[in-house]
Design a protein around this ligand. Structure first.
Ligand code: FMN
Length: 320
């Protein structure tokens, strides 16, 4: 499976550097399918885990978890970094959610999946939230399933939910200062209906004992992941540090940073290890994270929402 993918990957890179003009759109890079039989058609316990930087993936995860709970399933749910992974092999269903970052699932989510123990025969499902229609979301979800199948999970579902973008560089280009922009604040009521439907779909798949195959296909965005888009983007961002006068020392930036790149005592950021996920600027309530592009200070997700008077519609599962 991997060999075919890496072979195609190399072929595409060679084709690109030798001047191959157009990317074929229907090439399957690899097929993700069960390597072991399903352990059971019954689900008594489930784990719904996510990484969420600005709340979109979390909201969908809560709706998924609560929909499963309503069916009498005991569900452990929450941020994947807070979970005791030794309990994972004891559940009857695992669902993992992630935002799409740079056209893929972020490495630290992949790393979490790699750290899981063997989950032989347990049904596994993935979901991603993403900010743009061309976000390579299907393939990003495939990254989650690939990792889970390597641990012998049995794939039953993959879904993506369009959300408001949390990508700081977009705010600067299109955002707060140009208030005529029509922005949909997703996830919303219809997204949550889709999420509940996805939970039902997963349950019916397992109950029927039917597993699924998922194909990672070659897209232009997939192709661009081979060149590390975050590293290229980093070249355009300067002066990344913590603004001492604004910082209240709450530690939100340190907590959200997946690579421990922030030293709050010296108000400095290790830009070599930073993966430009914007977790610091997106989660600082005090505008204490400085990042600049073309000599303009970037704004974070909360500031962007506030400046544009944008508000989320919360699902009933969170309101109650
Ligand atoms: C660093 C970064 C990179 C992103 N890259 C993409 C992308 O490649 N494609 C896309 O559709 N959305 C992209 N987004 C938008 C997020 O996927 C989207 O807003 C997601 O719902 C955020 O989830 P969260 O609120 O759970 O963190 C990116 C956001 C960030 C912060």
């Amino acid at each position: 499976m991997d060999n075919r993918r890496s072979f195609l990957k190399k072929s595409v890179v060679i084709a690109a550097v030798t001047g191959f003009p157009v990317l074929p759109s229907c090439i399957t890079l690899n097929t993700i399918e069960a390597q072991v039989p399903l352990k059971s058609k019954e689900i008594k316990n489930a784990a719904v885990l996510w990484y969420s930087q600005s709340g979109n993936t979390e909201k969908c995860g809560i709706v998924l978890a609560k929909t499963l709970s309503k069916k009498g399933i005991k569900v452990v749910h929450g941020d994947l970094r807070d979970i005791d992974i030794s309990m994972i092999p004891t559940v009857d269903l695992i669902v993992i959610g992630s935002p799409v970052f740079y056209y893929d699932t972020p490495d630290f989510v992949k790393g979490f999946i790699q750290s899981l123990p063997d989950i032989s025969g347990i049904p596994v499902a993935a979901y991603v939230t993403f900010g743009g229609p061309e976000g390579n979301q299907h393939n990003a979800g495939c990254s989650i399933l690939e990792g889970l199948v390597k641990k012998n999970g049995v794939p039953v579902g993959l879904e993506s939910f369009m959300s408001i973008s949390s990508y700081s560089l977009t705010f600067k280009e299109n955002g707060a200062e140009t208030n005529n922009m029509q922005i949909s604040v997703l996830p919303d009521k219809n997204t949550y209906i889709k999420v509940r439907g996805y939970a039902e779909f997963i349950l019916s798949k397992v109950k029927n004992g039917s597993t699924s195959e998922f194909k990672r296909t070659l897209t232009l965005r997939e192709f661009s992941t081979y060149f590390g888009p975050e590293w290229w983007t980093k070249l355009t961002v300067d002066n990344h540090h913590i603004i001492e006068q604004n910082c209240v020392g709450c530690g939100a930036c340190v907590e959200k940073c997946p690579t421990n790149s922030i030293d709050i005592d010296s108000f400095s950021v290790n830009t070599d290890t930073c993966v430009l996920c914007f977790g610091c600027i997106n989660n600082c309530q005090y505008q204490a994270v400085n990042m600049e592009s073309n000599n303009e200070k970037l704004i974070g997700f909360h500031e962007y929402m506030e400046k544009n008077n944008l508000k989320f519609v919360l699902p009933d599962e969170i309101k109650t």
